[in-house]
Write a new protein. Sequence first.
Length: 358
Amino acid sequence: MKKVILTGDRPTGRLHIGHYVGSLRRRVELQNSGEFDNIYIMIADAQALTDNFENPGKVRSNILEVALDYLACGLDPEKVTLFIQSAVPELTEITFYYMNLVTLSRLQRNPTVKAEIQMRGFETSIPVGFVNYPISQASDITAFKATVVPVGEDQLPMIEQTREIVRKFNSIYGDVLVEPDVMLPSNSACCRLPGTDGKAKMSKSLGNCIYLSDEAEDIRKKVMSMYTDPDHIKVSDPGKLEGNTVFTYLDAFATDEHFAKYLPEYENLQALKDHYTRGGLGDVKVKKFLNNVLQETLGPIRERRKQYAENIEWVYEVLKKGSDEARKVAGATLDEMKAAMKINYFEDADFLKDFSNK
Ligand code: TRP
C-alpha cells in the first residue's frame, strides 16, 4: 500500500513556534525522509470558517501568511503538495455522504469539539457547521487515502472519529477507504508548547506567542520576560522545573550542540536542570541561553520567509498548482466512493440495464 501523509492548519493567524515543534519541524523531516509516496499539506480555510464565518477577512488574509510559514520552514513544493481546502470542493461532497454515518451525540462527545464549544460559548446554540467539522476533517484525510496524519495531541479525537467513519463506510459500501494512523510529536514538550506567560495555550489574543516571522529583537524581549518559577527569587534559591516555561521550551528546542556552542560549562540540558533545582543558577542566564537557541533556530526561517514574501506571485502559483493536483486526487476517491454507493448513474453501464431487467 502507498504511504501517504495528509495534514494541515487553519489559517487564522501566522504560525508560531508551537506549530513548529508540534508539527512543522516533523513534516520537513518526513518530507526529506523519502519514505512517503505523497505528502499533502492543506490550508484548512473552510474549517477555519466554521468558527470564523463572520470574519472571512481574517481567514483570507492568513492564507498566504501560512503558506509563507510552510515554505520558510523548508516544505518544498517539489516534494509536497500544498493546497487550499476550499479550492477542493470534492471534500465538501464527501463530507455530505459521511454525515449519514455519524450521530449528533457522537460529534458532541468528541473531546476536542466539546472543549471548543465551551471555549466559544456555543453551549446554547451550536452552529451545525461547527459540530460537523470532525466529519469534514475525516473527508480531508480520507479523500487522499492518507495512511499517516502527523498532528498535535489535541487532534487525536479527530483521527479516532475518522477511523470510525472509514470502518463504517467500508463495512456498508465495500472497501474503498483507508484507515489512517496518527503520528504524534515524539517529545512530550512538543505536544503542547505553553505560551510565554506559562498559560497552557499559545494564542494570538493572549499575546503570548513567538511567531516564526518575529524579528530577533521581539524574540529576545519575549524570552527575557518569560514565565519561570515564581518562587525562584534569589539566585541561590532552588528552582522548580515543573510549569517553568523556559525549561519547557528548552526541552523542545535545545540540543547538546547548542550547549557546546553557547553554554559549554554544562554538558547538556540535564546538567543545567540539576544546577537549577539545586539552587545557584539565575533565570537570566537560562533565558539568555534559550534566546541563543531560538535565535539560531528561527533566524534562517525568518530570512527565508522574507525571500519568499518577495516572490509572492510564485507562492500563489504553488498554491494554485497544488490545489489543482489535490482536486484530481480527491475527485478520483470521490468517484470510487460514488461507485461503491451505487450513485454513479452516468458512469455505470448497468444503470439502465437494471431498469430494463426489473
Ligand atoms: N484541525 C486542524 C487544526 O486545527 C486542521 C486540519 C483540518 C487538519 N483538516 C485536517 C489536520 C486534516 C490534519 C488533517 O489544526
